[in-house]
Design a protein around this ligand. Structure first.
Ligand SMILES: [Zn+2]
Length: 202
């Protein structure tokens, strides 16, 4: 009898902390997923590669800023690409690699992304916060890159201005463009999201 009680107590004693631990860990994971949803999507695309044809700017996972056999990298504005490579060389000394989740995109690919975003977000207004039209997207003109992974965006956030590389939208920590004046003056204040960018109203 006393042995059974002791055994029950022991079982309860080990079960409770485990259960509490599970709840804490689960809450932490869910919290992280919700908070980091946009970068999670970014990271998934980075792993899986996107589905567009390479000729339209689609890139498999693991492509770096030096892989110019891919049109998505090679068709970037030469000055932007040079700045990215200069920065990437210095970041490599810190053990950081710049991956390209998305670079140049054809108009067809941009239009597809916009259609997907409208389907996903339910309205053109909400989709516009994340995806530009083919006429306004700086990706279509080769003037923007979506950088991965988190260590690379963190590195650029700290050192990018030195190379003229600036984050443009607060809701897109991976989206960088070249702003040569940032080398002497620092990066401009960010727009909250693309709908605040006057270029997107063109
Ligand atoms: Zn972008």
């Amino acid at each position: 009898m006393s042995q059974t009680v002791a055994a029950r107590t022991a079982t309860r004693g080990t079960f409770r902390p485990t259960a509490v631990g599970l709840v804490v860990v689960t809450a932490a994971i869910i919290g992280t997923l919700v908070y980091r949803a946009p970068s999670l999507i970014d990271a998934l695309r980075d792993r899986l590669g996107d589905t567009a044809a390479e000729a339209d700017g689609g890139l498999p996972g693991g492509v770096t800023v030096f892989d110019d056999r891919y049109p998505g990298v090679a068709n970037l504005d030469p000055d932007l690409l040079q700045a990215l490579r200069d920065a990437a060389m210095d970041a490599a000394a810190d053990g950081v690699v710049f991956y390209v989740n998305s670079g140049w995109r054809s108009r067809a690919y941009q239009n597809q992304l916009l259609r997907d975003a409208v389907a996903k977000y339910g309205s053109e207004e909400e989709a516009a916060r994340w995806v530009a039209t083919a006429d306004t997207s700086p990706h279509v003109s080769g003037h923007a890159i979506d950088v991965g992974r988190a260590d690379a965006t963190a590195w650029l956030s700290e050192h990018g201005a030195r190379y003229g590389l600036c984050q443009i939208y607060r809701n897109e920590p991976w989206h960088y463009e070249l702003r040569p004046e940032a080398i002497s003056r620092g990066c401009h204040l960010m727009y909250a999201d693309p709908t605040r960018d006057p270029r997107m109203r063109g």
